[in-house]
Design a protein around this ligand. Structure first.
Ligand code: MN3
Length: 246
């Protein structure tokens, strides 16, 4: 069955949402703010925007409820986009003014909100309702790579599930690809940015902040993680892997 969007379109949208864009793409609302108006004349500071979802908020029912999806996308993710734009604008302002008094604060904000924007963009792109490619098991190159690096899909799934459930506080379970030695690895992230290794790129991830599941699953994070497997879009995960392998 045809999905609303091909994986190529999903990937392009994801890349557009996370890629650096020039000053000509400044959004109207941000461009009206004085800080951005100032920057247009001095820098080409990238402006990030909230990506559209390739499905409706209710598409992932009953695994992820519509209210959670709407709040998560339109409020939480939006806050990370705004926070990242703010942090990068403040860093540009610090350079322009040669005033680095608050450099630690804005550097931390850039990492936190930048991580939030990247990971949520990834998260939306690698889930789909079961009628449009969600669920099942990986095939092709991705399946082969999982078997090579984890022994079996079952071992991988157990490892990933345990990793996600065990995140302390707010964070993520992530499958990374490390190009240096061509390995898949499973890591946690606390908040949006801590506990990563270097030189790795997440190709799949589950948000285990309470805002991602609490309305439906309350304190039962394990139930949410187990339900989430029913909506993983393996074709998109494989596309993410292939893009890094070349
Ligand atoms: Mn979240």
């Amino acid at each position: 069955m045809a999905s609303h969007f091909s994986s190529r379109q999903n990937r392009r949208r994801f890349l557009q949402s996370t890629a650096l864009v020039g000053a000509t793409a400044l959004s109207t609302s941000l461009a009206t703010e004085s800080v951005w108006t100032q920057q247009q004349t001095t820098t080409a500071t990238p402006v990030h925007s909230l990506p559209n979802l390739p499905y409706s908020y209710s598409a992932l029912e009953p695994y992820i409820d519509a209210q959670t999806m709407e709040l998560h996308h339109s409020k939480h993710h939006k806050a990370y986009v705004d926070g990242l734009n703010k942090a990068e604008a403040e860093l540009a302002k610090a350079r322009a003014n040669n005033d680095f008094t608050l450099i630690q604060h804005w550097s931390r904000q850039a990492a936190f909100h930048g991580g939030g924007h990247f990971l949520h963009s990834l998260f939306w792109s690698i889930i789909a309702d079961p009628k449009n490619g969600g669920g099942g098991e990986p095939t092709g190159i991705l399946a082969d790579k999982i078997k090579e690096d984890f022994g079996s899909y079952d071992a991988f799934k157990k490892h990933f599930t345990a990793t996600a459930i065990a995140v302390e506080g707010s964070g993520w379970g992530l499958l990374h690809y490390r190009a240096q030695d061509k390995k898949l690895l499973i890591l946690q992230a606390e908040n949006q940015q801590k506990l990563s290794a270097w030189g790795t790129t997440p190709i799949m991830g589950i948000d285990v902040w309470e805002h991602a599941y609490y309305l439906k699953y309350q304190n039962k994070r394990a139930d949410y993680v187990n339900a989430w497997w029913n909506v993983v879009n393996w074709k998109q995960v494989q596309s993410n892997l292939q893009a890094l392998m070349h």
